[in-house]
Ligand binder design. Structure first.
Ligand SMILES: Cc1ncc(COP(=O)(O)O)c(C=O)c1O
Length: 469
């Protein structure tokens, strides 16, 4: 695989991880809390082995609760935690970064708390995560929803239109009640990616006076290291402050979704002044658990260093593996089976497709996506999460290597072979016979139409076996 050297400067220092490793080596008798720390409360327990199997000695040693000068303060850091947050801000190009150990669910609440004005009018992308919807409601915000304008019937990807966003913003300006805050999701799970800097510029150049933007980039932390996506990333919109200095941009990322972090590791990046930083700090103090997990914080530090060192190489590998998978599946199931209903930036300006998310329409296999998903898991140890009635979504994140990609394609080949259906064109090689009663539904050479597929699915769901002979 021919991959170019990384563009980002390599900040391989890991101050927080180093501090925690050092601390975990010392034999601390804590008269504070966390009896499990360093495995002390389970040393002689019959359950010790299971704890060790699940968490391991190193994890148990590093799950500590030492605060203040002996380590650092999570809320008002000056040492290792603060240094790690500064390195993260620098890598992502933000004015500052706050680490969060309770997921982006809480990061979003913190951001809303910091940005939302009492009874202020807010424009909310309807496709946003529940945390944003609930949080805005708790603030009694006056919410106008930006509705999706397009939806793909196969993959169920949906998108809203920038022109509609602008229309709503200008209508609010005309009513002399402009939006105090605009909340958008930058990157959907299905792989719709918006050009956030482009969109914010588009609004501001066309008369928007809104200065506060909250961008949920839960799925997009790794995009900063992907060749085609990095220019679209939300923190880059901070550069617009050169022309619009009052701009406040807050970006939330579920680092654990696309980087090598422990689950629930999240970051809040901001571009704005000291006042914004102070508001975010106070909001985090109010809403965050007062018992942040140290292993989780250290994993943020390590994952940031990994992306600085090799993020571009890893993302290039993911992109290449996904492209190769698209080609292979296209040949096997037909070209229309891959990323059906893909949109182009010509029809949807400011919208792009994440090349590492691949939606496969499995209609030609004559089996329901639910059955396909179960089959992949039980027979091949392949787990997918998102399915629609006829499509399955594969996320080529940085944990998917050549061997995993190869294994996935081999699994699909094997399922196709078992089904003995020639997928493209959609025409059956053999008989398809529900038994009982044993009357062929399809004979060799017959086109397998959508209606026939539906019928096969219904029959299978009713418990009747469908044989491919
Ligand atoms: C768009 C979006 N925002 C926020 C979240 C919440 O993130 P977390 O699971 O880190 O709490 C999710 C979770 O899937 C999400 O998809």
């Amino acid at each position: 695989m021919n991959i170019e050297a990384p563009e980002h400067s390599a900040h391989s220092e890991t101050p927080l991880a180093n501090a925690l490793i050092n601390l975990s080596k010392s034999n601390i008798n804590s008269f504070h809390t966390l009896p499990l720390s360093q495995g002390r409360s389970i040393n002689t327990s019959p359950l010790n082995r299971k704890y060790q199997q699940l968490l391991g000695e190193h994890y148990l040693r590093s799950d500590l609760t030492i605060t203040g000068d002996n380590f650092d303060s999570f809320f008002f850091g000056k040492q290792a935690i603060h240094e790690a947050e500064c390195l993260a801000a620098e890598l992502f190009g933000a004015d500052g970064t706050f680490f969060v150990t309770s997921g982006t669910t809480v990061s979003n609440q913190i951001a809303i708390d910091a940005l939302c004005e009492k009874n202020g009018r807010v424009l909310l992308d309807k496709t946003c995560h529940q945390s944003l919807h609930f949080s805005l409601r708790r603030h009694d915000a006056k919410i106008d929803y930006l509705q999706p304008a397009w939806s793909c019937s196969v993959s169920e990807k949906h998108m809203w239109e920038p022109a509609e966003l602008l229309r709503m913003v200008l209508a609010a300006e005309k009513e002399r009640d402009p939006y105090r805050l605009i909340v958008l999701t930058a990157h959907s799970y299905e792989g719709v990616v918006y050009d956030v800097p482009g969109l914010i510029r588009y609004l501001l150049e066309n008369g928007a006076t809104t200065t506060s933007f909250l961008i949920d980039e839960a799925w997009g932390a790794a995009n900063y290291f992907q060749q085609d996506l990095k220019a679209l990333t939300a923190v880059r919109a901070g550069r617009l402050r050169e022309h619009w200095p009052d701009l406040k941009i807050v970006v939330t990322q579920s680092a654990h979704k696309s980087m090598s972090c422990l689950r629930q590791a999240s970051m809040i990046h901001y571009c704005g002044d000291a006042n914004l930083a102070a508001r975010l700090r106070v909001s985090r103090f109010r809403l965050h658990t007062t018992s942040p997990s140290y292993p989780l914080l250290a994993s943020l530090d390590l994952a940031r260093a990994q992306m600085a060192l090799e993020g571009e190489v890893l993302m290039a590998r993911s992109t290449q593996l996904a492209a190769q998978f698209c080609r292979q599946v296209g040949e096997l199931l037909g070209p229309n089976s891959v990323n059906a209903g893909q949109y182009s930036s010509a029809t949807f300006p400011y919208s792009h497709a994440d090349p590492t998310k691949v939606s496969v329409n499995i209609e030609n296999l004559g089996m329901a996506a639910r059955e396909f998903k179960e089959f992949l898991f039980s027979e091949f140890n392949v787990y997918v999460n998102r399915i629609t009635e006829t499509a399955v979504l594969f996320n080529f994140h940085i944990g998917i290597d050549e061997s995993a990609a190869h294994h996935l394609f081999a699994a699909i080949q094997s399922i196709v072979a078992k089904r003995k259906i020639v997928a493209a064109p959609s025409c059956s090689e053999g008989f398809i016979i529900p038994y009982p009663p044993g009357v062929p539904l399809v004979v060799p050479g017959q086109q397998i139409t959508h209606a026939i597929r539906k019928k096969i699915e219904t029959i299978q769901r009713s418990g009747v076996h469908v044989f491919y002979a």
